[in-house]
Write a protein that binds this ligand. Structure first.
Ligand code: NAP
Length: 317
């Protein structure tokens, strides 16, 4: 029977679906695989279900001329932790879970936008600390999102879902910068450069994939052209934003605030960010809803099933 290794526990329904089809081993730990564990997974199993943090770099694949493992069915749409070229050169197929994550991640972006613009984290900390002395007209005044302009960096599935929420739900103007032309069913202004977009908007939202091409895409220069009241939201990958430059921009008052779901050196979050009132910090919960994690898991099972019955998996990357 085909042997499959899940690198983390997934929802019960997903494990049951996989166990119906395969000889399934579930690693009980919730931490990323070590180098040794990655090599063992590739040599002892026919398929592996890795996820964020399992750093399948080229050094892992080149350690052996041929592996037993034929497929990495990644749990998640983002697969920048897998060197796909090296995996392919070693004869492995890589799949991911696009679509299943889109709405939940867009919702998390809206959560961060609202919390950052309306100072919700700061207000909750004030209340929990026992410092709230009651309502008054000039307390905790934030920025109203209605009528403001959101700038989307990476107008893909999640970027468009965020833009739709901003336009239809909040009456915001939408602007974006994109490598390829987009056909959209809502009004949105395409800007000719990332710098022009950053300078023009009240909220800049990052929704590009991680990886070498987007490493530090949001750097000191981009932050320096943003308006001093503007907020930066990152639900993409931590190293798309140069964290030290973000801390400097926030400290200097060059931007108004930030809402982050992901971090450059995750799970390490700089003390400087934790100390700032105008920063909202979420622990990478973009897709953290049971139904969503079930959908993602079922997509990995579908990809594995297709692959091992000789078909091209629907979500081959
Ligand atoms: P997607 O549909 O592929 O969209 C990505 C967009 O980024 C595309 O519009 C693409 O532009 C653009 N892009 C790619 N490389 C770029 C570059 N070098 N410069 C500028 N733009 C670039 O992906 P998605 O499903 O929306 O997911 C986006 C990312 O969100 C994932 O890769 C993942 O890392 C992250 N994510 C995070 C969470 C979380 O828990 N926080 C959850 C889900 C996903 P083109 O259209 O021109 O190619």
């Amino acid at each position: 029977m085909t042997k499959i290794f899940m690198t983390r526990p997934l929802p019960d329904s997903v494990q049951a679906a996989a166990a119906d089809l395969f000889d399934l081993t579930v690693r009980p730990q919730t931490s990323p695989l070590t180098v040794e564990e990655m090599r063992t997974a590739l040599s002892d199993y026919d398929g592996v279900v890795p996820t964020l943090g399992d750093m399948f770099s080229s050094e892992i694949f080149v350690a052996e001329p041929a592996w037993r493992c034929q497929i990495l069915a990644n749990f998640g749409v983002g697969y920048n932790h897998i060197d796909v070229d090296a995996a392919t050169a070693s004869g492995l197929t890589v799949t991911n879970t696009p679509g299943a994550v889109t709405d939940a991640t867009a919702d998390t972006a809206m959560t961060l936008m609202l919390m950052s613009a309306r100072r919700a984290g700061e207000g909750e900390r004030l209340l929990r600390a026992g410092h709230w002395e009651g309502w008054h007209p000039t307390q905790l005044l934030g920025m109203h999102l209605g009528g403001k302009t959101v700038g989307i960096v990476g107008m893909g599935r999640i970027g468009q879902a965020i833009a739709r929420r901003c336009h239809f739900g909040f009456g915001m103007h939408v602007a974006y910068h994109s490598r390829s032309a987009k056909t959209l069913d809502f009004p949105a202004t395409q800007m000719d450069s990332l710098l022009h977009l950053a300078a023009a908007v009240d909220v800049l939202v990052v929704a590009v994939p991680g990886g070498d091409a987007t490493h530090h895409l949001i750097n000191a220069q981009v932050l320096s052209v943003m308006q001093s009241h503007a907020h930066l939201i990152n639900i993409a990958r931590g190293n798309v934003v140069e964290e030290s430059a973000l801390i400097a921009a926030l400290s200097a008052g060059d931007i108004g605030g930030a809402g982050l779901d992901v971090y450059e050196f995750e799970p390490v979050v700089p003390e400087a960010l934790k100390a700032m009132e105008n920063v909202v910090l979420l622990p990478h919960i973009g897709t953290a809803a049971l139904e969503v994690r079930e959908d993602m898991g079922m997509m990995t099972v579908t990809n594995l099933k297709a692959f091992f019955t000789g078909e091209i998996p629907p979500n081959k990357v």
